[in-house]
Design a binder for this molecule. Structure first.
Ligand SMILES: Cc1cc2nc3c(=O)[nH]c(=O)nc-3n(C[C@H](O)[C@H](O)[C@H](O)COP(=O)(O)OP(=O)(O)OC[C@H]3O[C@@H](n4cnc5c(N)ncnc54)[C@H](O)[C@@H]3O)c2cc1C
Length: 484
């Protein structure tokens, strides 16, 4: 949905094919958003919709160590507790507003690509012709498999049952840790008060219980959930009337390539891993925001197809790090004296200022750095949402990104930069900024005189000392050759 909206903003004719008949999500998956995802939504002017429904809290952490980001230089130095069904509903509202066509209740059953496009077959017998097809179809992605893209990685070592049930007895809500792993009982309705989760007093109970056995095949049943509860708690608390029951594991895999010709992958279709650290949905949303403007420029004919290769080059390493950190966190979950000792050491290290900042930046997404070469520290990093002063009045940087169009921010002498050959694609904004330039982890950085900001909010070029050296190359690389 995020990708479709990004494409729609750029004027691309886009459609979503969704197997589910409605956006209603049975079961709970992601529990919220990290700071960088909130920023990305803010760049499009829709963060408030999510903030209004969720609970701000310090949600970043590594294994059992919380990582506070309240001192980070961002307008959103926190995460947001908000269940995935609400996140999807709010996004679906934006999809509707932007007029994206949605083929609901039918799946993609096959496709064939040729030199000019892709024929996509739908389960209801229809077929669609598209210039590009992006598989955002989850971890079991049919599109990834049919595109012949390898999905190497690691088989599961642990599995957990999750579900929502009624209970006759009132269980002890909260976390439990034993030799099997981590377990949790809670309610979907909760408040965060002074950093503590306070569950609603009544209503169905949400269960997460780690299983003793490796996952059997087939859909889990109420009996499986009851047995797992009895193993851990000695009782199933009279569990009955499940709303849903599901299973997740620490299967860890990543697509070897994010693109095969006219077929691309994003989200869980490109990477799966354990839910530790709450990173899956966040990574997927940010994949979409990296890919959207690039694909739009290729479809609109302003950039060559090779721009799409930067999608894999930038996003594959980000998910690779997520895979690595989730594997480490799963290992630290094990209740074994030596692993516990490693956990204590890790926790001690993360209590130190520099490691805390680095890991908090990694887990919150605020530390993402795309390798755009040597240069000013801003290059390849997220543009901070500064308060600018323009001839028309005060302006936030993120407001300039609402339409997902690139911006050249000229902070030097007015009229100093000329981008006439790109003026149809890049907004030139002259502004003043007198405050500090500060980045997460790195701290203060030298004030630039100009910054070229990509539609995804990452810095593509930095002007120093008033020169435009390298600007034409950066404009060509990212936004296509000179226009007429
Ligand atoms: C227990 C648990 C907790 C989690 N917690 C977090 C968290 O706190 N934070 C976080 O960021 N992430 C979390 N995640 C991960 C998160 O849920 C996923 O990363 C996210 O849903 C991936 O989004 P996606 O759109 O890529 O794929 P999906 O959400 O899987 O969506 C894929 C969509 O494609 C549709 N589809 C599939 N095949 C076809 C087809 N052939 N044709 C048409 N449509 C098709 C499906 O119906 C589905 O709607 C958690 C996951 C689990 C299991």
């Amino acid at each position: 949905m995020m990708l479709a909206c990004e494409l729609a903003l750029a004027g691309v004719d886009v459609a979503i094919v969704e197997r589910r008949a409605s956006q209603e999500l049975v079961g709970s998956r992601a529990g919220g958003l990290h700071a960088r995802t909130i920023e990305v939504l803010d760049q499009r002017g829709i963060a408030d919709r999510f903030l209004a429904e969720g609970q701000k809290a310090q949600v970043a952490g590594f294994a059992s160590t919380p990582l506070d980001i309240s001192d980070f230089p961002t307008r959103h130095p926190y995460g947001l507790g908000l269940w995935q069904n609400h996140i999807e509903r709010i996004l679906a509202g934006w999809v509707d507003e932007l007029g994206v066509e949605m083929y609901r209740g039918c799946g993609v059953t096959g496709f064939a690509q040729d030199d000019t496009g892709v024929d996509v077959e739908l389960s209801d017998g229809r077929s669609l012709r598209a210039e590009y097809l992006v598989g955002c179809d989850g971890g079991r992605s049919r599109i990834r498999k049919m595109a012949g893209i390898e999905f190497p990685g690691w088989d599961p070592t642990t599995s957990s049952l999750i579900g929502e049930v009624q209970m006759v007895e009132e269980p002890e809500l909260g976390l439990r840790h034993d030799e099997l792993g981590r377990h949790a009982l809670g309610r979907s309705e909760y408040e965060i008060l002074d950093g503590e989760v306070v569950f609603a007093k009544e209503g169905p109970v949400q269960v997460m219980v780690t299983e003793r056995q490796p996952p059997p095949t087939g859909e889990p049943t109420l009996d499986d959930l009851s047995q797992a509860l009895i193993t851990v708690y000695g009782t199933d608390f009279g569990a009955h009337s499940p709303t849903w029951i599901s299973r997740f594991s620490d299967t860890t895999r990543q697509a070897a390539a994010y693109r095969n010709g006219r077929v691309l992958l994003a989200g869980d279709a490109a990477h799966v891993h354990a839910p530790d650290g709450g990173q899956g949905l966040n990574t997927g949303v940010q994949d979409a925001v990296n890919l959207g403007w690039k694909l739009a420029q290729v479809v609109n004919g302003t950039s060559p197809e090779s721009l799409l290769d930067t999608y894999h080059a930038e996003r594959h390493p980000v998910a690779e790090r997520v895979l690595r950190n989730t594997m480490a966190q799963v290992a630290l979950r094990r209740q074994e004296s030596r692993i516990e000792a490693v956990g204590e050491v890790v926790s001690e290290l993360l209590g130190m200022e520099e490691p805390r900042k680095r890991y908090a930046a990694m887990m919150s997404g605020l530390g993402i750095h795309y390798d755009l070469g040597e240069g000013h520290p801003l290059l390849g990093r997220r543009m901070p949402d500064l308060d600018l002063v323009t001839a028309e009045g005060p302006l936030r940087v993120f407001t300039l990104l609402h339409d997902a169009r690139p911006v050249l921010l000229d902070l030097g002498e007015p009229g100093g930069l000329d981008i006439t050959p790109w003026k149809d694609r890049v907004q030139l904004v002259e502004a003043e900024y007198t405050g500090d330039w500060e980045l997460p982890v790195l701290g203060a950085v030298p004030a630039p005189t100009a910054v070229l900001i990509r539609p995804d909010g990452y810095v593509a070029w930095v002007g120093e000392e008033g020169t435009d050296q390298g600007l034409a190359e950066a404009l060509t690389t990212w936004f296509g050759p000179r226009g007429g």
